[in-house]
Structure formats: C-alpha cells, structure tokens
Design a protein around this ligand. Structure first.
Ligand SMILES: CC(C)(COP(=O)(O)OP(=O)(O)OC[C@H]1O[C@@H](n2cnc3c(N)ncnc32)[C@H](O)[C@@H]1OP(=O)(O)O)[C@@H](O)C(=O)NCCC(=O)NCCS
Length: 167
C-alpha cells in the first residue's frame, strides 16, 4: 500500500470510501469532500489516498481554514473503507499528511475529531494553545491541534472554517 496525492480519476472511488466509512453515500462527509475541492482552501498535494495496488482503501484531506489573517490546515475528513479498518491505514494516512505539512513548513494542523484517536499522532487540545473553534458549543475533547516544527505561538484566536464546511 502506498499513500499518494489524490487525482481526478480517484474521485468516484474516494466518494465510495468516504460514503461507506461514514455509513451513507449521501452523507455530509461526501459533500464535504466535494465542497472542499471546490473552494479556495483545497490543497491537492495534501489530499491523499491510501492506494492498495490500485484500490483506494482510505482518504484524508488537509485544507485551509482561517485564523485571523492566517491560513491554517485543518484535517477533515479521514475515512478508511470499513472492511479495511483497524489495519493502520488511518494511521499511515494521518502520519503521512502530518509529515507532508511539516515538510511544507506549515505551523499547525487542526482537527475536529475523535478525542481517543488523534492524540496518538501528537494532537493536543487546541484551546490549550489559545485557538478557539468557530462555535463555542464545540467541546474541548474533539477540538485538537498538532504543532509542527514551524509552530508559531502567536497563532491564537478564533478559527473560521469558511464556506466549504457549511453543509
Ligand atoms: C477512524 C478511522 C479513520 C480509523 O482508521 P483505521 O485505519 O481503522 O485506524 P487505525 O488502524 O490506524 O487505528 C485503529 C485504532 O483506531 C481506533 N478507532 C477507530 N474508530 C474510532 C473511533 N470512532 N473513535 C475512536 N477511536 C477509533 C480503533 O479503536 C483502534 O484503536 P487502537 O489502535 O487503540 O486499537 C476509521 O475507523 C474510519 O474511517 N471511521 C469512520 C469514519 C470516521 O469516523 N472518521 C474519523 C472522523 S474524525
């Protein structure tokens, strides 16, 4: 299995993986992937597939949201085909995405996700870094940030997810 940037010919397979992982082909996450691609925050080189001999078995996206006047990467969504879960495919995608963002000298990655999953990759509560979610109703647990080598502690304030995340 390799992790590589998505290409247009993967898009249908990605829809199928995301739809199956989140248990509904028409669910918000499938639309979210399409909306992210259609918006300014889309970064093709940070939208990755797990490719197992030509089969797309997992997908991850890092795209830009805004924090004040800065663009910051947000991890969403992450999906692994149900019958291939718990085989470290999500792990490989997450670590590869973090490595690529680090190599690109990005300061930080945000995620709104499972509080039991992402800490293994170095994610910590984002509010502890002074970064607030778009909505105060979002609890501390799932709102996380991964500092990268180029982390800048001046990056504080409230995040705006932008139009791609309005479903
Ligand atoms: C979450 C997900 C991406 C993990 O991918 P994966 O390839 O199965 O994960 P890995 O094999 O790398 O890691 C497995 C670990 O993830 C944990 N995990 C899986 N789903 C989880 C969940 N919903 N909440 C918390 N932990 C979860 C497993 O318990 C396992 O933990 P362990 O290593 O302590 O045993 C995958 O289960 C998935 O696609 N789920 C449905 C979509 C989803 O919820 N995406 C994440 C949105 S934030």
């Amino acid at each position: 299995m390799i992790v590589r940037p998505e290409r247009a010919f993967d898009f249908d397979a990605i829809d199928a993986v995301v739809g199956a992982a989140f248990d509904n082909e028409h669910d918000p996450e499938v639309r979210l992937v399409r909306q992210i691609r259609a918006n300014d925050g889309y970064v093709p080189e940070f939208s990755l597939v797990a490719d197992d001999e030509g089969d797309v078995v997992g997908h991850i996206m890092l795209s830009y949201v805004t924090l004040g006047d800065r663009k910051i990467l947000q991890l969403s969504p992450l999906a692994v085909r149900p019958e291939r879960q718990k085989q470290k495919i999500g792990d490989a995608l997450s670590r590869d995405a973090i490595m690529r963002a680090d190599e690109a000298l990005e300061p930080l990655i945000l995620v709104l996700g499972h509080p039991n999953y992402y800490p293994r990759f170095g994610f910590v509560p984002a509010r502890s870094l002074g970064i607030d979610p778009p909505d105060d109703a979002i609890p501390d647990g799932p709102w996380m940030a991964r500092k990268l080598a180029n982390y800048d502690p001046a990056l504080t304030g409230r995040v705006d997810f932008g139009p791609a995340f309005k479903l």
